[in-house]
Design a protein around this ligand. Sequence first.
Ligand SMILES: CC(C)(COP(=O)(O)OP(=O)(O)OC[C@H]1O[C@@H](n2cnc3c(N)ncnc32)[C@H](O)[C@@H]1OP(=O)(O)O)[C@@H](O)C(=O)NCCC(=O)NCCS
Length: 219
Amino acid sequence: MLASRITLPEGLLPDRVSCIISNQLAPDFALLEAEETTTAAMVDKRRREFVHGRCCARQALANLGYPDCPVPVGEDRAPVWPDRVVGSISHCDGTATAVAAHIENACSLGIDLERCEALDAALMPMICRREELARLDGDERERLLGKLIFSAKESLFKCIWPEVRRFVDFQEVEIRLNLEDNSYTARPHAADLPAGLFEQVQGRIGQTGGLWVTAAFRS
Ligand SMILES: CC(C)(COP(=O)(O)OP(=O)(O)OC[C@H]1O[C@@H](n2cnc3c(N)ncnc32)[C@H](O)[C@@H]1OP(=O)(O)O)[C@@H](O)C(=O)NCCC(=O)NCCS
């Protein structure tokens, strides 16, 4: 059903997580009725990325034994997965990805794709905390890694969303990248964000087809 010339980095998520990435939307793919309801106001580009994300989600769910299962949009814009399934969707520059797992195998998941390019200089202090900027200081890849931190925060946000249910500002979270083993850890800097939740998150980083890929997994 789905063709792709790229793959997700090996070992990004445990084998029990169904992972799909695609840079070529299947021409015969169609949304299901429950997914169509939210698309009326979408401009073409937005509709294309939404459809592509749903196509990946459909395939990820089929791999878990849920063929032809819709993934509607929740009130909070988060995708609504079938009972006892968790998952996440991301899209960037014509590539889409979706990950899904049975609840017995993962409490929550987050995935994010971003262009593998330097983060805008003006955005660096908005996205990165002081400690993060200090760690990047003097590194020639400073703004490229700034973009990676941005992606890590977005995958983390999607993973913790079911627990926190509020917008989390980029300054409220500190990411520590470990480029040796392609992982990241996260720590909250807000009184109402539970440190224990963040300790449960395993953050992973990688690259494919000119994109940063980050994933967050809670078992
Ligand atoms: C929600 C958000 C993370 C989406 O990221 P993005 O880079 O804009 O876009 P992506 O393509 O990576 O992801 C979009 C998908 O995320 C999913 N999504 C949207 N809101 C979500 C939420 N609250 N929880 C989980 N997933 C969500 C949707 O599936 C969406 O795709 P769709 O609308 O086509 O279904 C981002 O828009 C946002 O609001 N960020 C602010 C909060 C944040 O990241 N804080 C960082 C500190 S923890």
